[in-house]
Design a protein around this ligand. Structure first.
Ligand code: CP
Length: 317
C-alpha cells in the first residue's frame, strides 16, 4: 500500500478485516517492520483518538513518531498556489511538504474541510499536495471528504459485534450546534457499501450526501421507519453537501436525537458514534451509557485500523 485515502486502498475488504482481527490478537508481532522508520503525523485540526491511536499503532510496529500541530508552533502555512504572500502566512505548503518528507518515512495528514470552497474541499487539495510533493507514503487521518481510518475501525467493530450474517446498519443524521464536515458519513457509507450489510441512511431532506459515497444506498427520510429492525445505529451529524447550502446547518431539530424510545424500535441495536459526541444533541445520556453502546470498543479499534494500514505501508517501503 502506498497511500491510504479510501476503502479501495484496502483491496479485498473481507481480507483486510481478517488481517486486522489477527493483528488485534497479537499487536506486537510485527515490531521489526518499523525499526528505524519514522511516522510523521501532521495535524491541521484537533484530535484525541486519531492522535493517540495512530501513535500507539506506529509504536506497536516499532516506529518512531513525530507529531506536528501545524497551528501550534509551526509557521502559519499558505495552501493556495499563486497567492501573494504579504499577509500573516509565513511559509507555503509547497516548500513545507517536501521538507517534512525529508524527516519521515510515512506521513499521516489531518486536514478537515474548510467550507470556503466546495471544490477546494472535494478535490482534497491539501491531502493531495502531500501525496504529490512529500515523496513519501501518505495516509489520511481525516481529510476534507473522508475519514477512512474511522470507517475501517467501524467495520471491524461491526464484524466483532454482529449477531447475524448480514446485519441491518443504519447511518442516522443527528443535530449539532456547529457545521461539521461530511467526512465521517461519507467514509462510513463508502465502507458499508462494500461490506456485506443491509445499509440504510436516514436524514432530514436537504442533507443528501455526495452520490460518489452513497452509491445508491437506501435513503429513508423517516428516522423511525429506518430504525425498525436495525442491528446497528450509527449516529453522526453533518452539514449540507448540496449546493447552494454546502457547509451550512439547515436544521438543529432535536426530534432527530437518538433516544431510548427510538432505540426500542430496533432489534436491540448497538449504538455507535465516532466520538467526540455532543450528549443530548446527538444521543441521550441513557443511550450512550446503555449496555448497547459500543462507542468505547469502537474507539479502541482505531488502534487496530491504523496498525493494519501502517503495517501494509511498511511492508511496501
Ligand atoms: N473519531 C475521531 O477521529 O476522533 P478525533 O477527532 O478525536 O481524532
Amino acid at each position: 500500500m502506498k497511500t491510504y485515502t479510501n476503502v479501495k486502498d484496502l483491496g479485498n475488504l473481507e481480507n483486510a478485516v481478517k488481517e486486522a482481527l489477527e493483528i488485534k490478537k497479537n499487536r506486537y508481532a510485527y515490531k521489526h517492520l518499523g525499526e528505524n522508520k519514522t511516522c510523521l503525523m501532521v495535524f491541521f485540526n484537533n484530535s484525541l483518538r486519531t492522535r493517540l491511536s495512530t501513535q500507539k499503532a506506529a509504536m506497536n510496529l516499532g516506529m518512531n513518531t513525530i507529531v506536528l500541530d501545524v497551528n501550534q508552533g509551526a509557521w502559519k502555512l499558505e495552501t493556495e498556489r499563486g497567492v501573494i504572500m504579504d499577509g500573516d502566512k509565513t511559509e507555503h505548503l509547497l516548500e513545507a511538504i517536501p521538507v517534512m518528507g525529508c524527516y519521515a518515512d510515512v506521513i499521516g495528514v489531518r486536514a478537515f474541510a474548510q467550507f470556503e470552497s466546495k471544490t477546494f474541499d472535494y478535490e482534497e487539495t491539501i491531502l493531495n499536495q502531500f501525496i504529490k510533493y512529500s515523496g513519501k507514503p501518505v495516509f489520511s487521518m481525516e481529510a476534507a471528504t473522508a475519514h477512512p481510518l474511522q470507517a475501517f475501525a467501524d467495520l471491524i467493530t461491526i464484524e466483532e459485534y454482529k449477531r447475524t450474517a448480514r446485519p441491518k446498519v443504519v447511518l442516522t443524521w443527528a443535530p449539532h450546534p456547529k457545521a461539521l464536515p461530511q467526512a465521517v458519513p461519507n467514509s462510513f457509507a463508502d465502507f458499508m457499501n462494500e461490506a456485506d450489510v443491509d445499509f440504510v441512511i436516514t436524514h432530514p431532506e436537504g442533507y443528501e450526501l455526495d452520490e460518489k459515497f452513497v452509491r445508491g444506498a437506501k435513503i429513508e427520510y423517516d428516522q423511525r421507519k429506518a430504525f425498525a429492525g436495525a442491528d446497528f445505529i450509527y449516529a453522526k451529524n453533518w452539514s449540507a453537501y448540496q449546493d447552494p447550502n454546502y457547509g451550512k446547518i439547515l436544521s438543529k431539530d432535536r426530534s432527530w436525537t437518538v433516544d431510548s424510545e427510538k432505540m426500542a424500535l430496533t432489534d436491540n441495536a448497538y449504538f455507535m458514534h465516532c466520538l467526540p459526541v455532543r450528549r443530548n444533541m446527538i444521543v441521550t445520556d441513557d443511550v450512550i451509557e446503555s449496555p448497547q453502546s459500543i462507542v468505547i470498543p469502537e474507539a479502541a479499534n482505531r488502534e487496530i485500523s491504523a496498525q493494519t494500514v501502517l503495517k501494509r505501508i511498511l511492508e511496501n517501503l
